[in-house]
Design a protein around this ligand. Structure first.
Ligand SMILES: *[C@@H]1O[C@H](CO)[C@@H](O)[C@H](O)[C@H]1NC(C)=O
Length: 253
C-alpha cells in the first residue's frame, strides 16, 4: 500500500509500525482506495540540518495523463530555521495549486499527525487537529474535484535542493547524511479496491456523515488562525502566475 521511491542510499525512510497497520488488521486488501476516506500518519521529520530535502506523504491516482493527487510536502531547512509544509492538489490532471504554511512547532522534535480527509464534500489537510487547507467539492460550479479515480498512499524522501529551501539557495549538506524521517501509526479508512462496488457510494460511510461535510466552528476558527498567521505562499493570491484568480479560490470553506 505504500511504495517508497526515489530513495538514494543516503536517505533513509524508517517506516515503523507500517507493517502492523490497520489495513491488514481489519482484513482489507491494501493498496488503492476508491474515493473518500481519511488517511492519517504520524511523522517525525529530519532533525537538524534538513535543508534541500523534501519528505512527502501523498495520495496519487497513479495515472499519468489524468492525474489526481493530494500532497503533503515537508520542505527542510537549516538548523533552527522553520520547516515549510507545502500542499498541492491535482484534479483531473491539473495541479499547480501550491500553498505553503510555516509550522508553529518543530516537526522534527516529536511525532505529529498529518491527515488528509477526502470525501464527497471536501478535501481537508490537517496538521494535528488544525485544518491548514480546504478544497471544497464545487463540481456544481464546474470546478474539477478528484472523485473518479482511486488513489494510493505513498511516502517519499528526496533531494530537492534545486528549489525547496529558500528557492534553491540552500543546498543539502551531505556531511549530515543519513537523513532520517520516522513514521508511525498509519491509519486509513475507506473503500479499498477491488472491493464491493457500492462501497464508495454508501451514504452510511462514517466519513460522509454530517460531521465531515464541512469544518465545524472550532475547526473553522483554527483554520482562520492558520490562514492569518502561518500562510507564506498561496497560488490563489499569486498574481504573477494567475492574473485571474482560479475559481476554486473563491469558494470559501
Ligand atoms: C527556511 O528558513 C528561511 C529563513 O527563516 C525562511 O525564509 C524559509 O521560508 C524557510 N523555509 C524554506 C523551505 O525555505
Amino acid at each position: 500500500m505504500v511504495s517508497i521511491v526515489s530513495l538514494s542510499n543516503t536517505f533513509v525512510l524508517i517506516l515503523s509500525c507500517f507493517l502492523s497497520i490497520s489495513i491488514s488488521v481489519s482484513g482489507r486488501p491494501a493498496t488503492f482506495l476508491q474515493d473518500f476516506k481519511v488517511t492519517c500518519m504520524k511523522i517525525k521529520l529530519i532533525p537538524g540540518d534538513s535543508a534541500g530535502t523534501v519528505t512527502a506523504f501523498y495520495m496519487n491516482s497513479d495515472t499519468d495523463t489524468v492525474r489526481d493527487e493530494l500532497d503533503f510536502e515537508f520542505l527542510g531547512n537549516r538548523t533552527g530555521q522553520p520547516y515549510t509544509v507545502q500542499t498541492n492538489i491535482y484534479a483531473h490532471g491539473k495541479g499547480d495549486r501550491e500553498q505553503r504554511v510555516n509550522l508553529w512547532f518543530d516537526p522534527s522534535a516529536d511525532f505529529h499527525t498529518y491527515t488528509i480527509m477526502w470525501n464527497h464534500h471536501h478535501i481537508v489537510f490537517y496538521v494535528d487537529e488544525v485544518p491548514i487547507r480546504v478544497y471544497k467539492n464545487n463540481e456544481a460550479r464546474n470546478i474539477p474535484y478528484p472523485k473518479m479515480q482511486a488513489m494510493g498512499v505513498y511516502s517519499t524522501l528526496w533531494e530537492a535542493d534545486d528549489w525547496a529551501t529558500r528557492g534553491g539557495l540552500e543546498k543539502i549538506d551531505w556531511s549530515k547524511a543519513p537523513f532520517l524521517a520516522y513514521y508511525k501509526d498509519f491509519d486509513i479508512e475507506g473503500c479499498p479496491i477491488p472491493g464491493p462496488a457500492n462501497c464508495a457510494a454508501n451514504a452510511g460511510n462514517w466519513w460522509e456523515g454530517t460531521a465531515y461535510q464541512a469544518l465545524n466552528a472550532m475547526e473553522a476558527r483554527r483554520y482562520r488562525w492558520v490562514r492569518m498567521n502561518h500562510v507564506i505562499y498561496d497560488y490563489c493570491t499569486d498574481k504573477s502566475r494567475y492574473p485571474v484568480t482560479p475559481p476554486e479560490c473563491m469558494a470559501g470553506i
